[in-house]
Design a protein around this ligand. Structure first.
Ligand SMILES: [Zn+2]
Length: 201
């Protein structure tokens, strides 16, 4: 079978992406192993943060995270987020199964996750957002976990933009920032010009 990510553009695939993935009972099943191989391959691509098995058309409860390419791909089997931290942040998100779009979505700044490894040994992890990499990891885990329950970010996003619109928003934000900097520079040069040195005789 080919190594292809399914997208919402095809009705059958959209329906599958909105279905709940099934628990993995035998991680050494050939189809599970094959799916893992495909996921590893996709994880090697730059810009890919994570992938859920269902995105390859295999609705198993597993996902992989690959934010730091110098570390091995991390697999989560039968995961469950047991605590969603109370601090919520609005994040920008995209998905390989939702081409050419990005959205604004609320995610918890920290989560606690229970999962099994490839030998079905149980683990428990607390994910925080102390560094930008950790923040991305914590966001990614929430995104992938949703995939396993048939939920896409676009189903609960506050706003959805095309890549083009998003670029325009970034350009506008950058322009506003540039204006602020130039005003600041003007103000600073006024001070250096002596305009604000009123108490000199
Ligand atoms: Zn996704």
């Amino acid at each position: 079978m080919e190594n292809k990510i399914i997208t919402i553009e095809e009705p059958d695939h959209n329906a599958l992406l909105h279905s709940v993935s099934r628990k993995i009972k035998n991680p050494h099943d050939t189809d599970v192993l094959f799916t893992m191989q495909q996921m590893e391959r996709i994880c090697k691509q730059p810009g890919v943060a994570g992938i859920a098995a269902i995105q390859l058309g295999h609705p198993y409860r597993m996902f992989a995270v690959c934010i730091n390419k110098s570390k091995p791909v991390k697999f989560y089997f039968n995961p469950k987020i047991v605590i969603y931290g109370e601090i919520i942040e609005t994040k920008t998100e995209g998905c390989l199964s939702v081409p050419d779009k990005q959205g604004k979505i609320k995610r918890s700044k920290s989560v606690a996750i229970k999962y099994q490894d490839r030998n079905l040994k149980m683990h428990y992890e607390v994910l925080e957002s102390e560094t930008p990499e950790e923040a991305l990891y914590t966001q990614c885990v929430q995104h992938e976990m949703d995939h396993l329950d048939g939920v896409l970010y676009i189903d609960k996003a506050e706003a959805i933009y095309s890549n083009e619109e998003m670029e325009a928003i970034f350009a506008k934000a950058q322009a506003a920032k540039d204006l602020e900097i130039s005003l600041q520079q003007e103000f600073t040069s006024q001070i250096f010009n002596g305009d604000f040195l009123g108490d000199e005789e």
